[in-house]
Write a protein that binds this ligand. Structure first.
Ligand code: ZN
Length: 284
């Protein structure tokens, strides 16, 4: 009788022991696999970037980046590469190429030729800045002020020469002298070599008219363009410094830190460069 009772108890005991062992082995294996998968994901940097404070907004806006660090961050850091891959924004502000001053007293060197990328089939922009332009336009459309397009961007030197000469000829045909025709042309067209459009960092929006200043798109740019590294290049109150009349349609890429600082100081680019040459830095 006692043997009959003990046998089932032993059987159940061993059964439970076996189940416990299998359970423990399974849990161990699961834990090992889980740790392994997490460890394999980390080196991609994608999770790290998505969870970082800079990337809470799914739209690739550089707006929440800290003021001083990002645009001077080394391009070789893994995080910078990950951000670039995620947002198509190259982070290559060395404080030189993006602050090149072009005006009537400061022409581009002969043979200047920037590295360009295509905005569409006919328009080009500096390859290092095109990501910022595209991100800005995308954000405008996302914010409901999407009646915006880049009408005129990079202009080859030869095109600027043609524009300039055609305008002079037009005024001559109207009876103006050569000197008068050139003076009238210079009111709206920069002398070849002194146009920012040859630099590849300037963009004229929409119909390139003064009416642009009355649009929601212009108001948006005035409020946000600095977050994408753009400044209104020819403000109404800086004509004596820029030598160019107020152009609400013409925006210039200078980099985020510089654009923010220029706006904060209420400077035009000429004044800002003078300010930097005076020993100040963007982190002041
Ligand atoms: Zn322009």
């Amino acid at each position: 009788m006692s043997v009959r009772v003990k046998k089932p108890i032993r059987f159940i005991f061993f059964l439970l022991l076996t189940i416990a062992f299998i359970f423990a082995a399974t849990m161990f294996a699961l834990k090992y696999l889980l740790v392994k998968f997490i460890a394999e994901d980390e080196p991609t940097g994608i999770e790290v970037v998505q969870n970082s404070p800079e990337n809470k907004n799914p739209e690739p806006t550089p707006t929440v980046e800290p003021t001083s660090a990002p645009t001077v961050a080394p391009t070789s850091s893994p995080e910078a590469k990950a951000v670039s891959a995620n947002t198509s924004i190259a982070n290559q502000d060395d404080g030189k190429w993006n602050l090149v001053l072009v005006n009537k007293n400061s022409p581009l060197p002969e043979g200047f030729s920037p590295t360009l990328s295509n905005i569409d089939s006919s328009r080009k922009f500096d390859s290092r800045a095109i990501g910022y332009l595209n991100a800005m336009l995308a954000q405008m459309r996302s914010d409901g002020v999407g009646n915006i397009w880049a009408q005129s961007t990079y202009r080859p030197h030869s095109t600027q020469i043609n524009l300039f000469n055609e305008s002079i000829q037009k005024y001559k045909n109207q009876g103006y002298s050569a000197a008068e025709a050139e003076a009238k042309t210079l009111q709206t067209i920069n002398r070849p070599g002194t146009s920012e459009h040859e630099l590849g960092l300037a963009v004229d929006f929409n119909y390139v008219t003064n009416d642009f200043k009355n649009t929601a798109e212009y108001a948006w740019l005035i409020e946000h363009a600095q977050d994408y590294g753009f400044i209104l290049r020819y403000p109404a109150n800086k004509v004596d410094k820029t030598f160019v009349n107020y152009e609400p349609w013409h925006w210039r890429y200078v980099g985020i830190d510089h654009a923010k600082k220029i706006k904060e100081l209420g400077f035009c680019l000429e004044e800002y460069i003078e300010y930097l040459n005076g020993g100040n830095t963007t982190t002041v």
